[in-house]
Design a protein around this ligand. Structure first.
Ligand code: SF4
Length: 324
């Protein structure tokens, strides 16, 4: 096994709202190894994007970090000062956001925006930074990059904007690239191209990829290991093959069931009954119990802890032996 690149320890984050504290991430611990692709999967609102934003400390102002630590190469990102963090953001840890339409600045040319990253992190002239940007735009598949670097974002398609974001975030060849639903806002055909591009860059640069998605189909295609989140908690972690062949948590089983059913049938879709709970006031015990068909009285009383059920496979369920 490779060395640990990132370690999240017992992280608790909430959002202050007029209705109370929304506990978006509630006691999550995980490790990500060097050079792997780790997918964080779950329904919208389960806390996966909040967890991703906490790593480079980009949480919105109403988010409150209650407790926990995030170690990157042994350095606690939550304890270093803003100057130290600026040296890491974009250079060592880069992030691609969900919607490329709103990630680019509409009043600056594409080349300028990409060049700002190497100009900030390396001791090079602006001209060298621009040449680096043009080269990187070509690398991510922007045709005629010299000419297109002088375009403004509004003339780019959604796919080209996301390629631009990928160019921007990979010019410094970061150790960790966080991609938060990078294909959600794109057409299906473009989605496949963007995933292929991320996979190629990951292999070429040897970077580690943390991919956030709600799509188990994407997981099957690109991931090495998977973490499944539900209602602010991590409920299962395993290697990708293991999780598809031997899911131990009823929620994971349900998510995979939806993908398999969609492939088998053109007319009927499987679904997980019910809806995720409100994180303002989550249910006692196991948070999945109102939707779970394996519930026992213990599930209503006691919160299950994440335990290792076989090598590298962790699950938080009192009844995992009945599920698997
Ligand atoms: Fe279902 Fe109980 Fe397992 Fe929760 S702990 S997933 S309610 S069986």
């Amino acid at each position: 096994m490779s060395r640990i690149l990132l370690e999240v320890r017992d992280l608790h984050i909430c959002y202050e709202t007029s209705r109370g504290c929304v506990r978006a991430v509630d006691g999550v611990s995980l490790v990500i190894y060097e050079s792997e692709t780790f997918c964080l999967v779950g329904e919208t609102g389960c806390g996966k994007s909040t967890l991703a934003l906490a790593i480079p400390r980009l949480l919105p102002p109403n988010a409150r970090l209650l407790s926990g630590d995030i170690f990157f190469r042994g350095m606690n990102l939550l304890r270093i000062n803003e100057n130290e963090l600026q040296k890491i953001r974009g250079k060592e840890i880069a992030m691609i956001f969900q919607n490329p339409m709103t990630s680019l600045n509409p009043v600056h040319m594409i080349g300028f925006q990409v060049a700002e990253v190497p100009a900030t992190h390396f001791r090079i002239s602006w001209r060298e930074a621009l040449l680096t940007a043009i080269k990187q735009l070509g690398k991510v598949g922007i045709p005629d990059p010299d000419l297109r670097s002088r375009n403004y974002p509004h003339v780019f398609s959604g796919g080209m904007k996301q390629r631009t974001m990928i160019a921007m975030m990979t010019t410094c060849k970061p150790s960790l690239l966080i991609a938060d639903e990078p294909t959600t806002a794109l057409d299906v055909t473009i989605q496949a191209q963007i995933l292929k591009l991320l996979h190629e860059l990951k292999n070429e640069y040897g970077l580690t990829l943390l991919l956030i998605t709600h799509n188990f189909g994407i997981v099957a295609e690109v991931c090495d290991r998977v973490g499944v989140m539900y209602a602010g908690k991590l409920v299962e972690v395993a290697e990708v093959r293991e999780i598809f062949e031997n899911p131990q948590h009823p929620y994971t089983k349900g998510l995979i069931g939806c993908v398999v059913a969609r492939k088998k049938s053109k007319t009927r879709l499987n679904q997980i009954a019910g809806a995720p709970p409100s994180l303002l006031n989550p249910p006692n015990g196991c948070r999945f119990h109102p939707r779970c068909s394996y519930t026992t009285p213990k599930c209503l009383r006691e919160e299950p802890q994440l335990i290792e059920v076989c090598r590298g496979h962790l699950v938080a369920c009192h009844n995992y032996e009945r599920v698997g």
